[in-house]
Design a binder for this molecule. Structure first.
Ligand SMILES: Nc1nc2cc3nc(NCCc4ccc(CCO)cc4)[nH]c3cc2c(=O)[nH]1
Ligand SMILES: [Zn+2]
Length: 382
């Protein structure tokens, strides 16, 4: 596959004049991605309980995998030998890999951070590892993802302002080292885009400082990190508002780890193009299903004789084929198909939400779409 210099480019197809919501197209060597887009999470080289052909059927255009997990198991060398992630898991469309910084803090049993990098013990077997920008770029190359993320430091929430400042400083340091290591790894071959990540927790001035550090490094895309870590949604939205006019409008904006359907709509309204979250499959496995009116917990007795689809407006295989009563039976019987059908529906719900927001933006009716969707969707149980 040859990679012309314009291997990665982003086209803005339309912008909502009222909110600034965007419809765009991210051109990658493995295909175009229309935004807004939800990226199913495939942490360990699989979107849990879904086969690649099913992900294609539901319209998944790009999926996410995790450097930290795959480095520890099965090992980046095995994935590389298996043809990189695309060959190993037989997913032919684009893949984005997270860089490992966030996961090392949320998963490793012990970790020490310094400007050099992170010393940690594997959450599998306690073996010691050093993770840093150079390590992350090398592993993401072995994984062969289409989009790699800078190795960054995500401050926890809540944290002190000093902690947030430290993470901003280190994230800038590591972004420069990531960019340098990435260029060295790829020697000018344009086969993997590297996205920058902005930190700063819930302080607007620190977010601005981080943006001023990262944007001049001229990445092909920018992620908003450090959110969806437990902070109130109001803080998330306030931070997105503060970055809206700062992040380069001609490049894709990726909000990491988000999220619930209402978070996606509010994120798009604040200029976000790309999202990822484990919620659809995580909720799928515990029987919590997205519907236009909020989340439905299929375990509930009230669905015992409910012979209607999970979501009558949904076009997914689960909603076209089965009833709530049947899926409730599967769930209560501990049948594997329950997790599959619930994950399938939740993933399709978010993928379709992206498609519908894109259509609304292109047709100049995003504010009405947003009002109608949020008016019906109550974040909690329906
Ligand atoms: N490199 C990098 N990666 C990130 C991944 C993230 N993922 C999140 N949030 C996801 C949190 C999340 C975890 C589990 C569930 C399921 C139900 O609880 C939902 C959300 N925030 C994140 C921030 C960063 C970040 O700054 N840098
Ligand atoms: Zn469905």
């Amino acid at each position: 596959m040859n990679f012309p210099d314009t291997a990665f480019s982003f086209t803005l197809d339309a912008v909502c004049p009222v909110t600034g919501a965007r419809a765009g197209t991210l051109h990658t060597p493995r295909g175009d991605i229309q935004t807004p887009v939800f990226m199913p999470v495939g942490t360990q080289a699989t979107v849990k309980a879904m086969a690649p052909f099913e992900l294609e059927e539901m319209g998944a255009r790009i999926i996410l995998a995790n450097t930290y997990h795959l480095y520890l198991r099965p090992g980046a060398d095995i994935v590389a030998e298996g043809g990189g992630l695309h060959g190993f898991m037989q997913w032919k469309r684009p893949i984005l890999t997270d860089s490992g910084g966030f996961q090392v803090f949320s998963l490793s049993t012990l970790n020490r951070i310094s400007d050099e990098g992170v010393w940690c013990r594997s959450h599998h077997d306690g073996t010691p590892h050093v993770m840093n920008p150079e390590w992350s770029m090398s592993v993401q190359k072995q994984l062969g993802s289409d989009i790699a993320m800078c190795f960054d430091q995500c401050a926890p929430w809540p944290c002190s302002r000093e902690e947030a400042e430290g993470a901003v400083r280190r994230t800038a340091l590591w972004a420069a080292r990531s960019k340098e290591a990435h260029a060295r790894e790829w020697q000018g071959e344009r086969r993997q885009a590297l996205f920058g990540i902005v930190q700063g927790s819930v302080w607007e001035d620190l977010r601005l400082r981080s943006a001023k550090d990262i944007i001049p490094m001229d990445f092909p895309g920018y992620a908003v990190g450090g959110l969806s870590v437990g902070e109130p949604h109001g803080d998330m939205y306030r931070i997105l508002d503060s970055l809206k006019g700062v992040l380069p409008s001609g490049k894709p904006r990726y909000l990491m780890g988000v999220g619930r359907p209402d978070n996606l709509v509010e994120g798009v309204a604040r200029g976000i193009d790309m999202f990822d979250c484990v919620l659809p499959t995580r909720n799928g496995r515990n029987g919590t299903l997205f519907t236009p009116y909020g989340a439905v917990n299929i375990k509930k007795k009230q669905y015992e004789r409910d012979f209607t689809p999970v979501d009558p407006e949904c076009d997914c295989y689960a909603c076209r084929t089965f009833t709530r009563a049947y899926i409730r039976h599967l769930y209560r019987s501990g049948e594997i198909l329950a997790s599959r059908l619930c994950s399938w529906h939740n993933l399709r719900f978010l993928i379709r939400l992206g498609e519908e927001m894109r259509k609304a933006i292109l047709e100049g009716r995003f504010p009405e779409f947003r009002r109608a969707f949020l008016g019906r969707f109550s974040g909690g149980e329906a």
